[in-house]
Design a protein around this ligand. Sequence first.
Ligand code: ARG
Length: 506
Amino acid sequence: MSGESDGTVVRRDRFSGGPARSFLSSMDADHRIFAADLAVDRAHVVMLAEQGVVDDDEAATILSALDSVEDAGFDALPEGEDVHEAIETAVVERVGPVGGKMHTARSRNDEVATCIRARLREDVLAALDAVIALRTALADVAEAEADTVMPGYTHLQPAQPTTVAHWALSYEGTLARDTSRLLDAFGRTNQSPLGAAAFAGTTFDVDRERTADLLGFDGVVANSMDASASRDFLLETVAALSSVAVTCSGLAEDVVLFANRGFVELSDDYSSTSSIMPQKKNPDTLELVRATAGDAVGAYTSLATTLKGLPRAYNRDLQRATPHAWDTADDVTDAVEVAAGAVATAEWPAEELEAAAGEGFSTATGVADALAATGMPFRTAHEIVALAAEQSDDADGSNALPESHASDGVSGEHSADLVAVDAAAREVTGKPLSELADPEVVAAALDPVTNVAQRDSAGGPAPDAVRDALDDVRVELAADEAEVADHEEALAAAADDLAAEVAAYE
Ligand code: ARG
């Protein structure tokens, strides 16, 4: 092996061969930043040549060695404490001591921070693609199911009828904010620490803006100690991903409950069966989506605990911080993709949903609203309807009042509820319902379909209100999609430019 007088070799021989060797190594996790490290090496060498720190010939030699290292692949790397050391060793093995010039004016501290940011920004964009796909699937459900009435819950008790579309857009709205959190995290991740060296800068005339540009970063992390030491971008990204996971866990839980009640039919592709009970169709995929929040929040906690109290500047603890971000990015992106597939292929049985939407006197709030709209104090209306609901309950929850008591002119499945409201009105006010309000209006409030249609306040569940909301959602989705595509194109363009700069030396 050439380069016996090279300091790198001496350092390795002296420090890295002991019993703690594998404990010290980050090689397994570094697979993830192999490509990023090669890009960082190339950008650094191009900049060193442009600044006259290395000759063009030397740069050409190192750059061609990097091509050869890339062609051989990660698994062909020599042993090393980490991928940075292994690549440098591989370069020196190929071209001799001149390869040692690659590490001029930098440290593994700024190098690793740059590699992590370069890779993580791609992972954030992949997560954003998945979140936008899920939002699109939810918007499509909203469009298809705008008129599909279903029960809505508070405290997991039937509360008020709503629509499948309103439910779907409720998650779309949260995920839109999750998108914005991820885009924020992307912006602060996409800043270059390169040129900070160990933490204290360098005597060489480096051009930090140039390497940032060659690597597609939007700018540099100005302070060199901050640049090498800080991992708040990891924390912020894992926090944003955890938020996505928590949002999806709620969505998954809802769908699991809906499946339990026969309110949704999952496609076979997103269901499992039992090894013993042949009739079973289980929502396992969504249960695993639900569980992913546990991993993400666990990773956030581990990461925050690792970072807490670390002194300036670089500490090896940071090596154990990084994989939490890789695991979270992979787990959450996978979970979001599965959730999107399950949502996109699910079916919503409209008749069952509408029937269930009227159960448990869950139209009561609408009836109280209808009474209050006549000028009656809402508290009185509430009392009347509460009493009516109680009587319904006493009658075994099944509209069991005698049909002959139904108010004139109102027939159908909700007439018994109307009788109950009439009886309650007499008890509370001493007047029949017909003197207090138009029974037709009250009957409309008792019907889940008209009940929902009446709640057309902005952002409400009435089909018209949902259609209006959906127009805004589509506009916002298109804007977010365009922003992510812009970032993806910028990174691809930077990679092409770097390749062209490198080619000019070869
Ligand atoms: N593998 C290390 C990490 O992931 C980077 C190397 C810095 N090592 C050092 N001893 N200064 O953080």
